[in-house]
Write a protein that binds this ligand. Structure first.
Ligand code: ADP
Ligand code: MG
Length: 198
């Protein structure tokens, strides 16, 4: 979470610039505010379980980010926490399962489908790559590296897409040719996971 906060802060200008092209120019600043609050919350408290930690992350994001991405990222982390449960550590399979539950939460909340030009288009291929790599016996490091590559490819693939969800969908054809801000921040989340857990 700290590494994701650091990356979001470093890329806040870029995320906001992407959102200024097809949205309302707030994605970087909103997520930076939320992840700064998360990092502060992690400094202030000790957490007894993965579940407690991600509950705090999710609630903090819901309370500070706003817009579409606040509830979506909030739900992602709340679901990751509840799927992980009252444990102190996760093995690779449990991590992959928790992330998958997070994606299902995003889908339940925002109803994104593949190709709608949203964060789903980075997260879903990343988790498919993670699951495939783990079930073929890859190490966590290799599996997360493949997940991060898939997230980056999914992010890049949003550029030619026509937005069908969120604010960008109001632009219709004019949304084509711009990289999705939420897919971009989600690729940073997977990159932070790779950097931190390997
Ligand atoms: P807002 O559009 O309310 O200003 P943000 O700018 O913070 O919110 O986030 C925009 C991002 O949220 C988009 O780039 C997209 O990835 C994601 N998004 C928007 N609507 C949905 C949805 N229904 N399902 C999944 N992701 C969505
Ligand atoms: Mg916005």
């Amino acid at each position: 979470m700290r590494e994701f906060a650091r990356l979001v802060h470093e890329h806040a200008g870029e995320l906001t610039a992407l959102d200024s092209a097809i949205g309302d120019a707030d994605h970087g600043s909103n997520l930076d505010r939320g992840m700064t609050a998360v990092a502060n919350a992690l400094d202030a408290e000790e957490f007894g379980s993965v579940s407690a930690l991600f509950k705090k992350v999710g609630m903090t994001l819901v309370g500070t980010v706003g817009g579409a991405s606040g509830p979506l990222y909030g739900t992602l982390f709340l679901r990751i926490g509840s799927a992980a449960g009252e444990v102190a550590t996760l093995d690779p399979e449990a991590l992959a399962k928790a992330l998958r539950a997070g994606l299902e939460g995003v889908v339940a909340r925002g109803r994104p489908e593949a190709g709608d030009k949203t964060m789903f288009d980075a997260l879903s291929p990343a988790l498919d790559a993670l699951d495939a790599a783990l079930s073929s016996g890859a190490t966590l490091q290799d599996a997360l590296a493949r997940a991060s590559e898939a997230a980056d490819a999914g992010r890049d693939a949003t550029t030619p897409m026509l937005a069908r969800k969120g604010r960008a969908s109001y632009l219709g054809e004019r949304s084509v040719g711009h990289q999705d801000p939420g897919a971009t921040s989600t690729a940073l989340l997977i990159k932070a996971t790779l950097t931190t857990l390997t």
